[in-house]
Design a protein around this ligand. Structure first.
Ligand code: NAD
Length: 321
């Protein structure tokens, strides 16, 4: 088996490679070639940690495996480590033998950023100029960097519950040479694309704070009980997701579904848009919403591409296991 340690990943993976891997696997999921296993996510009663497994099998790409890990909220303050910790394990689908163990932290950030970026490519208006960020933590920087590559954005606006974190967004806007403005939530009406990436358990963004024609990517809600937007926004929008089963149970759609405001059948797979089966955006005043819940197959796809590059470059550690 091969080991690709976390510290080697930054030199092996690019935003473009992550984007391609995620777009392909979303397409494979919608075509019925790839499926995710039910997610296990447990509050382990230690360090307030959430720990779990996300796995799946891609018959087209022959990728089988899982990501094990989760969220340790005290890591940064107590230990100077990032709060998300995970490792990807890949298996040979022909034999069941373990193929690779790959550091999953940077990969998680990149594959999550790639997901909202894929949704922007396929659902945002071509003339989108203003991008709005709700959230300014570790992941927000990755989401913003990847999103800025999808359209000719001219301005970044941002809101965060903890305003002292807003310089994170300013930093990415500066890198891209774009102006950044901190706004109140009402200011989000100016945005053509909005990404939410917070740890919120209550609706932050109200339906009337989103203008017609906007694409909203809700990326923070990946667990039962979490919530970032008003369920009425899902009524107003055409809703797309990575995986319908996750969207309605642990994603942003869980609340609109529970309140009977929308049905499971109202949530479409983004892969169907990628495959040209679903038309996606059909007018300039339609609101589109991507419920990015984060699927195991995203992790496996990006990890598999990293292993190939690591072996090619002689960086992968080979172990007789
Ligand atoms: P982080 O701890 O670095 O940042 C948390 C962000 O949420 C900050 O902007 C903070 O101000 C905000 N926040 C915290 N409590 C809040 C509250 N009660 N209301 C509103 N905002 C609040 O975390 P991160 O790494 O940036 O991750 C953000 C979220 O994204 C997490 O909830 C994480 O589980 C989720 N996530 C989702 C995926 C996916 O695939 N969908 C992948 C990775 C992370």
């Amino acid at each position: 088996m091969y080991i690709v340690p976390e510290k080697a990943i930054a030199d092996l993976v690019t935003r473009e490679a992550s984007f391609d891997a995620v777009e392909k696997v979303f397409a494979a999921m919608a075509a019925g070639d790839a499926y995710n296993f039910p997610v296990v996510r447990e509050a382990i009663g230690h360090e307030d940690a959430l720990y779990g497994f996300k796995g799946g099998f891609d018959r087209a790409g022959l990728t089988l495996g899982l990501k094990a890990g989760g969220y340790w909220p005290n890591n940064l303050e107590k230990r100077g480590l990032i709060n998300h910790q995970s490792t990807v394990f890949l298996f040979d689908p022909d034999t069941g033998k373990v193929k690779a163990m790959v550091g999953g932290n940077l990969l998680t950030a990149l594959r999550t950023a790639a997901a909202s970026s894929v949704s922007i490519k396929h659902l945002a208006r071509q003339d989108a100029k203003v991008i709005g960020m709700i959230g300014a933590g570790h992941q927000a920087k990755f989401q913003l960097r990847a999103a800025l590559e999808q359209r000719s954005f001219e301005k970044v606006i941002g809101w965060n519950l903890h305003p002292e974190m807003l310089p994170n967004l300013q930093e990415v806007a500066d890198e891209a040479g774009l102006p950044f403005e901190a706004v109140e939530l009402d200011g989000m009406r100016e945005a053509d694309v909005i990404i939410s990436i917070t740890s919120s358990f209550d609706a932050i963004l109200k339906a009337d704070q989103v203008s017609p024609g906007t694409h909203v990517a809700c990326m923070g809600t990946d667990t039962k009980g979490k919530q970032e937007v008003d369920p009425q926004l899902l009524v107003a929008a055409d809703v797309f997701t990575d995986e319908v089963a996750q969207s309605v149970s642990i994603g942003e759609a869980q609340h609109a579904i529970a309140q009977g405001l929308i049905q499971k059948g109202d949530v479409a797979q983004i892969g169907a848009v990628i495959n040209g089966i679903n038309p996606g955006r059909t007018s300039d005043d339609q609101i589109t919403l991507f419920d990015g819940t984060g699927v195991g197959l995203q992790d496996l796809a990006v990890a598999a591409s990293v292993v190939d590059v690591a072996v090619e470059k002689g960086i992968a550690i080979e172990v007789d296991f």
